[in-house]
Design a protein around this ligand. Structure first.
Ligand SMILES: Nc1nc2c(c(=O)[nH]1)N[C@H]1C(S)=C(S)[C@@H](COP(=O)(O)O)O[C@H]1N2
Ligand SMILES: [Mo]
Length: 204
């Protein structure tokens, strides 16, 4: 069974076991654009991804380096903290787990500060980045990901609220202790599980 089928059957079993729509969410057919600030325009020839922090050696990946990893297609639901959810999104990209395996991550690393062009940051536990359906995604519906949605490449971590899926991703900083990224410093939750409505953090 390919990953595509697996994602499908996971979705099907989720339908049987529980509501597919997380609490407090509404479905949308259109795909809204949610960006703080301007959309950066990055050509793939200029794209760089930097792995830093708790890795044996800092590494800079080019677009060709990215495409050298196996391409994976998934179908997932997306949940935004502003209460829209969009079902059945077909993304293609490389598995973050594969990328991490190539980085010689130090054993003390527990969290990743994900960086995006424009200065966006968001914090996620390293273990959650190892899931099957976590991608550095560069295609949507078989076409290159549009700049407004994070093209040429965004993180996709479907099980958490979408603010964790950094658009225009350009780096992973491996760290030992959790610390807040951009929206987390503004009061969003440190983890962001839509099923537990982890919308806001301590300050709320
Ligand atoms: N670099 C960057 N990534 C980002 C954001 C952003 O402002 N900048 N917004 C986040 C938020 S709050 C959401 S809901 C999703 C929206 O993705 P979309 O615009 O493709 O719907 O991107 C997330 N990733
Ligand atoms: Mo969001």
């Amino acid at each position: 069974m390919g990953l595509f089928d697996k994602a499908r059957s996971d979705t099907a079993s989720k339908d049987e076991g529980r509501e597919r729509l997380p609490p407090g969410q509404v479905t949308t057919e259109k795909w809204p654009v949610l960006t703080y600030g301007e959309t950066p325009l990055i050509e793939t020839k200029d794209w760089r991804f930097r792995a830093s922090g708790l890795v044996d050696q800092e590494q800079i990946l080019t677009w060709d380096d990215l495409l050298a990893f196996p391409a994976v297609r998934i179908v997932c639901d997306m949940h935004c903290v502003t209460r829209w959810s969009k079902f059945d999104n077909a993304f293609e990209g490389v598995r973050v787990r594969d990328l991490l395996a190539s980085l010689n991550v130090k054993p003390e690393a527990r969290y990743v500060m994900v960086h995006g062009y424009g200065g966006y940051t968001t914090n996620v536990p390293l273990t959650d980045l190892m899931d099957d359906d976590v991608l550095l995604a560069y295609k949507y519906d078989g076409k290159p990901l549009e700049p407004d949605h994070g093209g040429p490449c965004r993180l996709l971590l479907p099980k958490l609220y979408l603010w964790k899926s950094a658009k225009w991703v350009n780096g992973f900083e491996l760290i030992e202790k959790d610390k807040p990224g951009f929206w987390e410093r503004a009061g969003y939750h440190m983890y962001g599980d839509p099923w537990k409505e982890e919308r806001h953090g301590w300050s709320w």
